[in-house]
Design a protein around this ligand. Structure first.
Ligand SMILES: C[S@@+](CC[C@H](N)C(=O)[O-])C[C@H]1O[C@@H](n2cnc3c(N)ncnc32)[C@H](O)[C@@H]1O
Length: 278
């Protein structure tokens, strides 16, 4: 991220979710606040030919909220969004659009992005519900555990963490430190996160696609700092204490969410994966 400026990729991800509401039927991820939240910014613009990226953004948010719904059935009582960006779960929940009863939500984000999101919410006329707590933290430094505890996170109650679109912008050390902290804060809980796959495990076509995406986000001022290897990640998560690790690739997400669509919307390539550990 550029010092003193909110995350541009957070705006790009939110724009893709908003375009999904506008362009795609059936919806994979139903987010009635995606467009209203961005209304103060004027006309939305996405580069042409980004349908596969839109599909990925819709699928990863849907996957996280499906995992949350199952975690709630297992007794999860808190939701923590790490690198929340312009995620609207807390505001949809307050307007009755998600299953009741409401869950306390902790939105952890870089302070510059969080400040901007809160001003955007005000401009869009979307209230801050009492159940949401804002926790400004730079995940590249330490302090997540202390900040969450000070914000009222209850370590003795199971939580579901979602960490979407963030790991690529952290070093591998910062990712592992964060996973360690999440695990220690959340011994009975769960986490969903996505990551970019290490180039040596990709086809040349996917490597090329990854290169193009990384050049694009670098031009936005956000540099990709890590790629992870699926074969090393799952054992690492088990070492940290998660016993069930589902590491889902793009074809599996396509089968889950994009089968039999008339419009052909789907994720292409396989540069990223999404993990659910519990
Ligand atoms: C691509 S956006 C994803 C936002 C949101 N999770 C989503 O899916 O739309 C990346 C998010 O990571 C956050 N982020 C990047 N580096 C960070 C850091 N060092 N500490 C905390 N948050 C960070 C940004 O502020 C931004 O909200």
């Amino acid at each position: 991220m550029i010092d003193g400026r909110p995350s541009t990729t957070a705006l790009r991800a939110a724009t893709q979710r908003a375009m999904h509401q506008k362009l795609d039927r059936p919806l994979v991820f139903d987010d009635p606040l995606a467009l209203p939240l961005l209304a103060p910014l004027g006309e939305l613009a996405t580069p042409p030919r980004t349908a596969p990226i839109r599909a990925w953004m819709a699928a990863r948010s849907r996957f996280a909220e499906d995992a949350l719904a199952r975690a709630r059935a297992r007794g999860c009582t808190q939701y923590v969004l790490l690198g929340a960006g312009l995620d609207t779960f807390a505001y949809r929940q307050a307007s009755g659009h998600t299953p009741a009863p409401p869950l306390p939500v902790f939105e952890v984000d870089h302070p510059d992005t969080q400040r901007w999101k809160r001003s955007l919410l005000r401009e869009a006329g979307i209230g801050e519900p009492s159940g949401v707590t804002y926790v400004p933290v730079d995940l590249a430094r330490s302090g997540l555990a202390e900040a969450l505890s000070a914000a009222g996170y209850r370590a003795h109650e199971p939580a579901c963490f979602a960490w979407l679109g963030v790991t690529p912008y952290l070093t591998e050390d910062a990712i592992h430190d964060t996973l360690r902290v999440v695990r220690s804060l959340n011994p009975r809980g769960e986490i969903v996160f996505d990551y970019l796959v290490a180039g040596r495990e990709l086809s040349w076509r996917s490597r090329l696609a990854q290169y193009v995406i990384e050049r694009y986000v670098a031009r936005l001022g956000e540099h990709v700092l890590s790629h992870l290897s699926p074969s090393r990640l799952a054992p690492r998560l088990r070492e940290l204490g998660w016993s069930t690790v589902d590491d889902i690739d793009c074809p599996a997400l396509n089968a889950l969410y994009f089968a039999d669509r008339a419009d052909g919307l789907r994720i292409s390539g396989g540069v990223a994966r999404i993990v659910h550990a519990r």
